[in-house]
Design a protein around this ligand. Structure first.
Ligand code: ADP
Length: 635
């Protein structure tokens, strides 16, 4: 017989254990939910492994979970006859935390309001929640198909031991040695609930694990078995998603959501759906109230759970829901797919594609209804998931208009608005949807490019996210209204009189524009200016940069650069405001000193610098810009 080997927990695991042991939880009951959920996963894994090795063969004995209280020993044991763990698996699954979110978990726990222990499961540290109520945990396990079994033992103090065990059947027993009654903080930690009472355990199982699809039996070391008596499982095992909606309470729906997602908050919206006909399936989907920490991780746990005829098949099934709806969680249960389906098959399967299409439509419809009927909730949803949903404008051409209708924007005049609202409020003669991109809406509001629009009472959408410039390039119009960038050089602003006027005429006659062009051509301003011209879009500001060709903001150019990609060539035009005193003064200077291009150069540098600043860019030659200002001011 080998001796017990003492091992250290990985350092993140130690920190999580510390938190479990020393924090106070409003809801210590969840340890049981976590252990039952692990047991249920282990049964599913065994079934899937048996299927994939030997065709459609079910495991030798039926899956079962049991919860057993032993008052004399002061222990609660959760057992399953599932897949079990090998020695290596014990070390890596229970001794380390693999999930990338651990650091975030530790931070969130430290910052969480006192007692927010429900966060535990979401971060995949479920097993460690045993240490909320136990001061010692032992695990006896045997991996399916292996001749060895193991005993794992820890008091949560930074180390654990492993030694050979003598378990005959594959599966796992997790035994919690409950913290001794009489410990000073006992009541505060556990709310003095008696976890050795069958009654209390039954309540907890009913509340959190009723829909677990394997039977959960409750046992007591003191129970006497009558001959022929058949134990009854505590849980109903009824798949919530196939029950008629009217027979399920909102509480049950909420608990199920938490079971599936490990979220600790209630969901924002629930979608129950049933498709009949040639491709039959049930779906129970949820929109969370809060984005999961891995929403933007490529390897994040996205997608729904797939069941086939009530049998669990896989978690995080990304094949059933498009990536831009990856925040949607829940269950899809197909009546028609074969039980031995794999991810590879799903990716090419026609039925899967049909399910995905109808779920997409259903989710988009639900969001539409939410936007109309509960605008405040919808705004909250939008703030959290809007940037993800917008990806769909590019990736899902079929539903493009529907997704665009769901988008919320910030309008320069209207504040929070949508494309439908924008189109409905258009001025006479207006056909285009105007937008300005690059920088946060709060910074864009200040842009000189908006001046002519606000003077004409036109609304401009302020698009602040990098994804905005991507989708707008892919979707040039909405319901027949073209998107037009307020920074485009070739713009004709509709809905009011254009520029021109006597001032423009005077400046034109002064020859300022062509002199400026000449001077700038001979200067190094740090940006390439292709042209100079009089502006009809400026009212209060002296100058601004507009773009010929594709309207790409400076921010987007930086983004391209950071991604190592080449942006289309930049074609800047410096527009100057003929009505501005500064420009008028430059015109007189140009007229009076036609042979003083040097002096005009200083003014040109000033205008270009100001134009960069109001675009939210850094002035390219900061030092020489500062010198120019000093010189001009000291004259
Ligand atoms: P999570 O369940 O979120 O992955 P846990 O800390 O609860 O995190 O468990 C870590 C891992 O330990 C599980 O993913 C699983 O591989 C293994 N495990 C836990 N309990 C059991 C069990 N009863 N049977 C088999 N494996 C288990």
């Amino acid at each position: 017989m080998q001796d017990a080997v003492k091992m250290e927990f990985q350092s993140e695991a130690k920190q999580v254990l510390e938190l479990m042991i020393h924090s106070v939880y409003s809801n210590p009951d969840i340890f049981l939910r976590e252990l039952i959920s692990n047991a249920s996963d282990a049964l599913d894994k065994l079934r899937i492994e048996s299927l994939s090795s030997g065709g459609e063969e079910e495991p030798a004995s039926a899956g079962r979970i049991s919860v057993r209280a032993d008052r004399e020993a002061g222990t609660v044991t959760v057992s399953d006859n599932g897949i079990g763990m090998s020695r290596d698996e014990l070390v890596s699954y229970l001794g380390t935390i693999a999930r990338s979110g651990t650091k975030e978990f530790i931070r969130a726990m430290r910052e969480a309001p006192r007692g927010d222990g429900d966060m535990i499961g979401q971060f995949g540290v479920g097993f460690y929640s045993s240490f909320i109520v136990a001061d010692r945990v032992t695990v006896s396990t045997r991996r399916h198909g292996s001749g060895e079994s193991w005993l794992w033992d820890s008091s949560g103090d930074g180390t654990y031991t492993i030694e050979p065990g003598n378990r005959a059947e594959s599966g796992t027993d997790v035994t919690l040695h409950l913290r001794g009654a009489g410990e000073p903080d006992e009541d505060e930690r556990t709310g003095s609930k008696d976890y050795l009472s069958k009654w209390a355990l039954r309540e907890i199982i009913k509340k959190y694990s009723d829909f677990v699809s394997h039977p959960i039996y409750l046992e007591d070391a003191g129970d006497k078995k009558e001959d022929g008596e058949k134990p009854e499982p505590v849980n109903s095992m009824k798949a919530l998603w196939v029950r008629p909606e009217s027979s399920v309470s909102e509480d049950e729906y909420r608990e199920f959501y938490k079971h599936v997602t490990h979220d600790w908050e209630d969901p924002m919206e629930r979608i129950a759906y049933r498709a009949e006909g040639t491709n039959e399936f049930h779906a129970l989907l949820y929109i969370p109230s809060r984005p999961p920490f891995d929403l933007y991780y490529r390897e994040g746990a996205h997608g729904v759970q797939l069941y086939i005829r009530r049998v669990f098949i896989m978690n995080d099934c990304k094949e059933l829901i498009p990536e831009y709806l990856r925040f949607v969680r829940g269950v899809v249960d197909s009546e028609d797919l074969p039980l031995n389906v794999s991810r590879e098959i799903l990716q090419q399967d026609r039925q899967t594609a049909m399910i995905k299409r109808s779920l997409t439509r259903k989710v988009l419809d639900t969001l539409k209804r939410m936007k109309q009927e509960r605008p405040e909730d919808y705004a909250k949803f939008w703030d959290k998931f809007g940037p993800v949903l917008k990806e769909g404008i590019v990736s899902d051409a079929k539903n493009r208009e529907a997704i665009m209708s769901l988008c919320l924007f910030h309008g320069s005049k209207s504040g929070r608005t949508s494309l439908d609202a924008y189109a409905a409020a258009m001025r006479d003669g207006q056909r285009s949807i105007y937008y300005l991109s690059g920088g946060a809406p709060s910074a864009l509001t200040e842009s000189p490019k908006l001046e002519a629009f606000s003077e004409r009472g036109l609304d401009v959408l302020l698009l602040g996210e990098p994804v905005d410039e991507i989708w707008i390039a892919a979707a040039p119009e909405f319901e027949g209204h073209p998107f037009v960038s307020a920074s485009s050089a070739d713009i004709e602003i509709e809905g009011g009189p254009g520029g021109g006027g006597p001032e423009a005429k005077k400046i034109e006659e002064s020859g300022l524009v062509s002199s400026l062009k000449n001077v700038i051509a001979g200067m190094d301003l740090g940006v390439k200016i292709e042209d100079v011209r009089l502006s009809s879009r400026l009212v209060d500001s002296p100058a601004t940069f507009v773009q010929k060709g594709e309207p790409i903001s400076p921010q987007m150019r930086n983004f391209f650069k950071a991604m190592g990609q080449e942006a289309p060539p930049e074609r800047r035009v410096l527009e100057i405001n003929p009505a501005h005193p500064l420009v008028r003064r430059m015109a007189s200077h140009a007229e009076e000193h036609p042979d003083d291009p040097g002096g005009l150069g200083e003014w040109a540098a000033l205008l270009a610098g100001l134009a960069s600043i109001t675009d939210g860019e850094a002035v390219p030659n900061g030092k020489s810009f500062a010198r120019t200002i000093e010189k001009l001011l000291s004259r």
